[in-house]
Ligand binder design. Sequence first.
Ligand code: HEC
Length: 159
Amino acid sequence: MYPKRVVLLLLLIVLLQFSGCVGSKQKSPDVERGRYVIEIMGCNDCHTPDYMGSSAFLPEDEWLVGGTLGFHGSWGTAYPANLRLMLNDISEEEWLVLARQMRQDSPMSWSSILKVTEQDLRAVHRFVRYLGPKGVHAPARLPAGVTPTTDYFNFPEPH
Ligand code: HEC
């Protein structure tokens, strides 16, 4: 009877350790926080193709790869950047600078990103680094007056 219990106990310990190991990668507090900030700030709405409308259940591995659907307006046509490539290319410090210097003649929600705390910006960077690089760079921005060859839609004036 004892050996059986001992075996069960060992099995339980092994299982607990295993789940602990698997969980620890997911549960880095910065990565979790970064995922949360990305979700509540709606970054996926524009930076993840098909995120809006089709599903908020798109696997996170497909998040933030940028897009070829142009945001057309007085600024010309802007394409949501591939954040998976961009943030994996620059250091956390460079990201903090970039996030504070977003261009304002743009459909990008630059006014809300200005309100994100430094700690949360760092968490966003760590989350995107955790996801790793993926996809291809978005098309270059087109100046006003140039008709895009990609799909595009008219976006309201910047805030
Ligand atoms: C309303 C749609 C929209 C939302 C929401 C949005 N973005 Fe963007 N973002 C864009 C577009 C479009 C561009 C390309 C801007 C341009 O070229 O003017 C862009 C560009 C960027 C860039 C590149 C800036 C540069 O200087 O090249 C970064 C970084 C970025 N977004 C991060 C974010 C993050 C982080 C969030 C969430 C907090 C977010 N975006 C939410 C549409 C959006």
